[in-house]
Ligand binder design. Structure first.
Ligand code: ADP
Ligand code: MG
Length: 344
């Protein structure tokens, strides 16, 4: 199968048949999709375009041999998560794909990969409008295009002293799986299966991001771990924060730690996985205490759980506070691809 047949069979035809493609007439912002030298987008009047790119490399961002349907889903999900964090509505995306020869010849793999991606695209009315396809190590690079009314984007720089700190969903779930695979702890199969689903098929919080427009003062999506990503918000906003150690939401409730099939899972491991485990794709946002009811209403409307986990203060730094009121400093470290030895 040649390059053009591959594009046509697995991306162009399927994109125009997918719900987002069928709705393309309804997505009036998408003027021209796959097939010419460029796609054409026309944002609605008064809207700004929100644009984000994420690059995923086999062996670095996902395990070699990753299940292709989940890989297709996740590659788009992490990009939609960036739109969610800005309060932007998805419109379209492009896909740059580098494929090893054996994958380019594997129609089962390609079908599953594009199905996983286009199913999520359809759910969010986000049309595949172009891309590039080449041979090489398995690499998936997606650029998403969204729109947000001028001046209403949620930014990292908007947190103010006195604001509450909120997070969606549960944190550290992907890290739970990695720790179990590495033998750091063992947990019930039911819990690991739920955590595995969160690692493989993260849910981009697009509806929540949209519902938080005009309510949240600042927002970021969590990809590199709570402490590091919160550090980006604090730096951009010029503020400090404290976190309530007992409010941090994890998939694993404290009562579970007594089970017979549980090994080495403690309150400390729970806090550590929530603070530093990456790959969460939840929204971390701030809002004035006077907007608590509005936040709850937005979360209900988006059918997404939110938890108040701390607050913003003047100054600099990040603290973890226990029920007794004792505070300890948290290092705001993020995963850094170039920080460790051997990074490419
Ligand atoms: P060009 O030579 O102008 O870069 P290509 O031959 O690479 O064009 O691509 C032909 C058309 O197919 C373009 O519209 C391009 O955006 C689209 N395309 C290429 N690869 C992909 C892909 N993986 N997914 C979706 N569209 C793609
Ligand atoms: Mg090309």
């Amino acid at each position: 199968m040649g390059e053009f047949d591959l594009i046509d069979r697995f991306f162009k035809r399927k994109a125009s048949a997918a719900p987002a493609g069928r709705a393309q007439g309804a997505i009036e912002e998408v003027v021209l999709g796959i097939g010419d030298d460029c796609a054409l987008l026309q944002p609605a009047g008064g809207q700004q375009m929100a644009i984000s790119t994420d690059l995923m490399v086999e062996g670095r961002h996902f395990l070699p041999g990753a299940e292709p349907h989940a890989l297709g889903h996740k590659a788009l999900a992490v990009n939609l998560s960036d739109l969610a964090a800005m309060g932007a509505e998805p419109l379209a995306f492009t896909l740059a794909l580098s494929l090893p020869l054996e994958r380019a010849a594997d129609s089962t793999w390609l079908d599953a990969f594009s199905d996983g991606m286009l199913a999520l695209a359809g759910m969010h009315r986000c049309a595949l409008v172009g891309g590039d396809t080449t041979g090489g190590p398995l690499t998936v690079c997606i650029t998403v295009f969204g729109q947000v009314p001028a001046g209403q984007a949620l930014r990292r720089s908007g947190a103010r002293p006195g604001d509450d700190l909120w997070v969606s969903g549960t944190l550290g779930d992907a890290r739970i799986v990695l720790g179990a695979l590495r033998g750091e702890w063992s947990l019930p199969a039911r819990v690991l299966a739920a955590a595995r689903e969160r690692l493989d098929r993260p849910t981009p919080r697009v509806a929540l991001g949209l519902a938080l427009r005009g309510i949240a003062s600042g927002c970021i999506d969590l990809s590199d771990g709570l402490s590091g990503d919160l550090g980006h918000v604090l730096a951009a906003s010029g503020v400090a924060a404290w976190l309530d150690a007992d409010a941090l939401p994890s998939l694993i409730d404290p009562g579970l730690t007594a089970g017979p099939d549980v090994r080495a899972w403690t309150r400390e491991t729970r806090i550590a996985t929530v603070l530093t485990g990456g790959d969460d794709y939840e929204l971390l946002f701030t809002a004035p205490p006077g907007r608590r009811a509005d936040v709850e209403t937005a979360a209900r409307r988006a059918q997404t759980r939110v938890t108040r986990i701390g607050a913003i203060e003047p100054g600099a730094g990040l603290w973890l506070q226990s029920a007794s009121g004792v505070r300890e400093p948290v290092r705001a470290t993020s995963f850094d691809h170039f920080a460790s030895q051997g990074a490419a």
